[in-house]
Design a binder for this molecule. Structure first.
Ligand code: CP
Ligand code: NVA
Length: 302
């Protein structure tokens, strides 16, 4: 049977994704009540980080330990990847020694190349194109706060980046409407937009996107690798900050989500992200741990 990977949300069926989130809720309860759940005993995960991380590294490493397995951190600085060993060769070798691999890298086709030569499951822990693990945590957080996301209306305000692309995939997989507001020139993937046009609104107006929605989501205006574009981007995104005025146009029980790290005063005001009534960003961040443990169990059981 072909090795299962998790490079985008489309690598799982809607039913499989629902099962993963269901298990994530269970694993969260087990973890909180101190009950053992060592379903990955003796299993080893290689974690390849070609970009920085706080949440992703801690959640995968802690998650593997809690499941009874082990995780090893690999960066280009101290592996032969940084000295130009082909990704395909690296994939063959690493996957011959471990049970599962997690990669955070730049171009999405780099992880596709690795996966093509990997004999074990590969998890996308963020590429320039997608951040599917974050969406598992976001959906879990939304469900905890407000119940099923199916049929709801979600607003994305800001950059049409890797998170926005993953929200488009999530809208299709969990069956919700996505209303995207981004400045001209910062749209999400055109192919994805066209493919899911039936459930997506694309506008230049944050107000139009947010009006009456059940959740408002944003992310940094300058993703990793775009540090040189910061000044230009700050100008281009003027008027796209999620602040109290914008949140007040959403549904009265709307929640605010952000994958973090957040830049208060830019894509979100401090008032919105630090408002415990509506902001669920801390639950969202914690759920990276639980949702990825569920994903690891799923992939190891295929
Ligand atoms: N949200 C997220 O992926 O955070 P890190 O970059 O800290 O891993
Ligand atoms: N869009 C951001 C997400 C960080 C978790 C980035 O790619 O840097």
């Amino acid at each position: 049977m072909a090795t299962r990977h998790f490079l985008t949300l489309k690598d799982c069926s809607p039913a499989e994704l629902r099962d993963i989130i269901k298990r994530a809720h269970e694993l969260k309860s087990l973890q909180r009540s101190g009950q053992p759940h060592s379903s990955a005993e003796g299993k080893v995960m290689a974690m390849i980080f070609e970009k920085s991380s706080t949440r992703t590294r801690v959640s995968f490493e802690a998650g593997m330990a809690q499941l009874g397995g082990h995780a090893l951190f690999l960066s280009p600085n101290d592996t032969q990847l940084g000295r130009g060993e082909p990704i395909e060769d690296t994939a063959k070798v690493i996957s011959s020694m471990v049970d599962i691999v997690m990669i955070r890298t730049f171009e999405h086709d780099r992880i596709e190349k690795f996966a093509a030569d990997s004999s074990v499951p590969v998890i996308n822990a963020l590429t320039d194109g997608y951040h599917p693990c974050q969406l598992l945590a976001d959906i879990q957080a939304y469900e905890e706060a407000r119940g099923s996301i199916q049929g709801k209306s979600i607003a994305w305000v800001g950059d049409g980046n890797n998170m926005c692309n993953s929200y488009i995939n999530a809208a299709a997989q969990w069956d919700f409407e996505l209303r995207i507001a981004c400045p001209e020139g910062f749209e999400p993937d055109a192919g994805l937009l066209a493919q899911h046009a039936d459930r997506i609104l694309l506008t230049r107006s944050p107000s139009e996107a947010v009006r009456g929605t059940n959740a408002v989501v944003t992310d940094t205006w300058a993703s990793m690798g775009q540090e040189d574009e910061k000044d230009n981007r700050n100008q281009a995104f003027e008027g796209f900050q999620v602040d109290d005025e914008l949140m007040s146009q959403a549904a009265s029980d709307a929640v605010f989500l952000h994958c973090l790290p957040a830049y208060r005063g830019y894509e979100v005001s401090a008032g919105v992200i630090d408002n415990p009534e509506t902001s669920i960003v801390w639950e969202e961040a914690e759920n990276r741990l639980h949702a990825q443990k569920a994903l690891i169990e799923f992939l190891l059981s295929q």
